[in-house]
Design a protein around this ligand. Structure first.
Ligand SMILES: Nc1ncnc2c1ncn2[C@@H]1O[C@H](COP(=O)(O)OP(=O)(O)OP(=O)(O)O)[C@@H](O)[C@H]1O
Length: 399
């Protein structure tokens, strides 16, 4: 048999990695004001003073992490150039699903030498972890910046944010200086902190707004030059990605994802140029992927109930009452080889949840004395998207 890959080259991508999530851009574009505010907030580090605590807010994909990494690298570079600045140690941690203890444990393990044992997962308290953490900081000495990404997802965040800023004044730290950089999508995060913490943090706040279409176009154009083979894309395709993402979320991640998926589609079709049509097809593919992920996150029964409503929607039986949904759901569950939930109440609980998550819409009806009040449900998304996603999820689970 001939080698199926023989002679295969990409006519589209020169370096696709440039469009991917883990690529670190060497230049940050369209964030001059934020970089200046960040520089002012960080400058104390260069003068041997204690760093300020800094909180960065902004929606997803607006450059909070990319700008933070860029600023940390630039600061490190300057610190190394200057004699008067203390040595700088930047510690990054993503707080998603983590606790104060887990976060401290991660920092301790990073700071301990390679041959030292790892800090125990269980059996010690957060105070024990803090004590060990402080002693390591003093031993290593210098300035420490703790970058806590998704800080609003950190369990018992108050304990950490209360203790760390007071470490020096309470005599826990003597040699080392420490500052916290918190990153969050949730603008109301500060309101959720205890008054005690708000009083001690004294943080500087930076806010990143969503990108507009012009800003996204600049970011994309710069990346496209590196990512694609010369002349393998038209400028209007870049402008279309920028316009679509600006209209929807203002996220550079979304814009890059559209462009990269458009490139994939062009490549898979054997075309030699990425055009507007590829971007439009990419939009549908990305949206389907999003729906699929959202559905995949639901419990198996919730998924089957959703599929039942999609069937009812397709046969134009919606809006529909929960009793009818239950019997269609029972057929769908049996079809997929699952035992259906037997109580109407459980199905109704799932319906409320699916409504709350935006999968369904619900209308209250009242038949007066004859029937009383009841709810009717219909699908708040495309039925085809639900079928495609469900089929793919079932296929994944059997492979
Ligand atoms: N101004 C910019 N210049 C160049 N690339 C950028 C810029 N802003 C964002 N990006 C790129 O867009 C993607 C998303 O950015 P980033 O991860 O920084 O967003 P974020 O605000 O931290 O999002 P999240 O809250 O979801 O983590 C990354 O690939 C990043 O490199």
């Amino acid at each position: 048999m001939n080698d199926p890959f023989e002679g295969l080259t990409s006519q589209i991508f020169d370096n696709k990695h440039v469009l991917e999530e883990d690529y670190d851009p060497e230049t940050i574009l369209e964030r001059e004001a934020e970089i200046e505010a960040y520089r002012n907030a960080l400058k104390d580090v260069l003068f041997g003073r204690s760093p300020s605590n800094i909180f960065i807010y902004g929606k997803t994909g607006v450059g909070k992490t990319a700008v933070t990494r860029y600023m940390m690298d630039a600061l490190q570079y300057q610190v190394e150039k200057r004699d008067e600045a203390d040595r700088l140690h930047v510690l990054f941690h993503n707080c998603n699903n983590d606790s104060a203890y887990g976060t401290l444990r991660a920092f301790i393990n990073t700071l301990r030498s390679d041959d030292a044992p790892t800090f125990p997962k269980k059996g010690l308290s957060t105070s024990d972890a803090l004590e060990e953490f402080y002693s390591l900081l003093d031993e290593i000495s210098g300035t420490f910046l703790l970058v806590l990404d998704e800080i609003d997802h950190l369990a018992k965040v108050n304990s950490l944010l209360y203790e760390i800023p007071r470490a020096r004044s309470n005599g826990h730290l003597d040699q080392a200086k420490i500052g916290v950089i918190g990153i969050s999508n949730n603008y109301r995060f500060r309101d959720s902190l205890s008054p005690k913490v708000k009083g001690t943090l004294m943080e500087k706040e930076l806010s990143f707004s969503p990108y507009d279409a012009d800003e996204l176009r600049t970011i994309l154009s710069h990346r496209a030059e590196k990512a694609f083979v010369e002349d393998a894309y038209v400028q209007s395709a870049i402008a279309l990605c920028a316009a679509k993402a600006a209209q929807d979320t203002g996220s550079a991640r979304q814009a890059l994802d559209l462009l990269s998926t458009g490139g994939d589609i062009a490549e898979d079709n054997g075309d030699d140029t990425v055009t507007d049509d590829h971007i439009l097809a990419a939009e549908t593919r990305v949206q389907r992927g999003r729906v699929r992920n959202k559905i995949r996150d639901q419990t198996p029964h919730a998924q089957l109930i959703l599929e039942a409503i999609a069937q009812l929607e397709e046969s134009q039986e919606t809006p529909v009452r929960s009793k009818t949904i239950q019997s269609t759901y029972e057929q769908v569950a049996t079809y997929w080889g699952t035992d259906p939930l037997s109580s109407l109440r459980s199905v109704q609980d799932h319906l409320s949840e699916l409504k709350m998550l935006g999968f369904l819409s619900r209308t209250e009806r009242n038949d007066g004395r004859a029937g009383g009040a009841y709810y009717e449900y219909e699908l708040a998304m495309d039925a085809d998207a639900v079928f495609t996603a469900r089929k793919e999820i079932e296929e994944e689970s059997t492979t």
